[in-house]
Write a protein that binds this ligand. Structure first.
Ligand code: ZN
Length: 381
């Protein structure tokens, strides 16, 4: 019934010093001095994890992951595989937002909903976006607003592709309507109601996002734009958008450290920045003439690798950890997520950043990875 994580160096992501954490059920119920003997009387099976010498941080929230797989952009054989529980837990990812990308035909929202429910039952926390790259927006019910209102997992719309030859080449009016409907659906259901935009490598860059803010009655904090890893020119626009209130998401890649540093050095609003895996999406490589020249699958591990790369080179751990945890919880208004605080969900990692290793993972209070070993596996793993 009870678990104590003892004497870890706790980042909430704010630094709390060496603390012990008491978990009951799915929640953190106390941080600080804990009377172990007293708890033992209540629960003879009390589990005590010694985290001395380790860093304790919130579980990673991945705001952009293709739970069903994605791809198919070089025909059927290039459809990428589904995410399994171990892909998440072994990488310290305890919450995910699933979405559909280019292939909105064979990847359906009902399948995504079922996959999200399955992963939830296996132990992680799951959410999803309605829609996919394309317009008109595909929904489960009759509309974006009804999806948000009626379907527990749906917290927004996305990933709507713009500035990309694979998009529906949406007009600004169409995008404004999607954002408005998503915002209202979020208000009525008490959810984030964010519209998640996929930015491609077209020639108009972020013009439509600027136009939405400048010419339409949309709330900038309901716009969440991803794939700023595709060029410094895009990132510079992300920096200016962050000052208008837009949330900026970097897809984890080999340039994450460089791009996070650039964003900070050039005055980007760090509270508006997040990092996601794009896990199990396809990674098509195009040449200058938009011809497909290569193909790969995005790995969930890239997200965690980049977290550790940032921690190793960066002294501001509070700020770095927030990019993967509390900032994501803020944009998605996931209450009880993304922080190590009393009454929050016990989504907790015990890590050794110097060795770039994850020692233990707790998700909703359940011990999933123990001493570097998976102790919970997915149904068919
Ligand atoms: Zn995308």
């Amino acid at each position: 019934m009870f678990t104590i994580i003892k004497n870890g160096d706790v980042y909430s992501p704010n630094y709390k010093g060496q603390q012990s954490i008491l978990i009951q059920g799915r929640s953190i119920i106390k941080i600080g001095d804990i009377d172990i003997e007293l708890i033992k009387q209540l629960d003879p099976n009390l589990k005590i994890i010694d985290a001395t010498g380790y860093t304790v941080m919130p579980g990673i929230i991945d705001p952009h992951i293709h739970l069903l797989g994605g791809g198919g952009e070089a025909s059927y054989v290039t459809r990428t595989p589904e995410v399994q529980l171990s892909h998440l837990i072994s990488n310290g990812i305890t919450s995910v937002v699933g979405l559909i990308g280019t292939d909105g035909i064979s990847r359906t929202l009902t399948s995504l909903y079922a996959k999200a429910q399955a992963l939830e039952a296996e132990g992680v926390s799951t959410y999803m976006y309605t829609g996919n790259y394309h317009l008109p927006v595909t929904t489960i019910t009759n509309s974006i607003k009804e999806d948000l209102f009626l379907i527990d997992k749906v917290i927004g719309t996305g990933e709507i592709a713009i500035n990309d030859f694979r998009s529906s080449i949406p007009t600004i009016e169409e995008l404004a309507r999607i954002v408005a409907d998503t915002t209202v659906g979020g208000m009525l259901s008490g959810k984030a109601g964010v519209t998640h935009f996929h930015i491609g490598t077209g020639k108009h860059k972020l013009k439509q996002i600027h136009d939405l803010i400048d010419h339409y009655d949309v709330k900038p904090n309901k716009l969440y734009v991803t794939h700023f890893d595709k060029g410094i020119d895009l990132l510079e626009e992300g920096i200016s958008l962050s000052h208008k209130g837009v949330y900026v998401d970097l897809t984890a890649s080999s340039n994450t450290v460089e791009y996070v540093n650039y964003y900070r050095a050039h005055g980007g609003d760090i509270s508006k920045l997040t990092v996601s895996s794009d896990g199990h999406g396809s990674l098509p490589k195009f040449d200058n003439h938009n011809q497909l020249v290569g193909y790969d699958v995005a790995k969930c591990s890239t997200l965690t690798d980049q977290l550790f790369n940032l921690l190793v080179q960066d002294s501001n751990w509070e700020e770095v950890i927030a990019l993967f945890t509390s900032n994501v919880a803020n944009v998605l208004t996931l209450h009880h997520k993304g922080h190590i605080e009393e009454h929050y969900d016990a989504d907790i990692l015990i890590v050794d950043p110097k060795k770039k290793q994850i020692k233990d993972v707790f998700a909703k209070g359940q011990h999933m990875l123990s001493d570097y070993q998976m102790i919970r596996k997915g149904m068919f793993e």
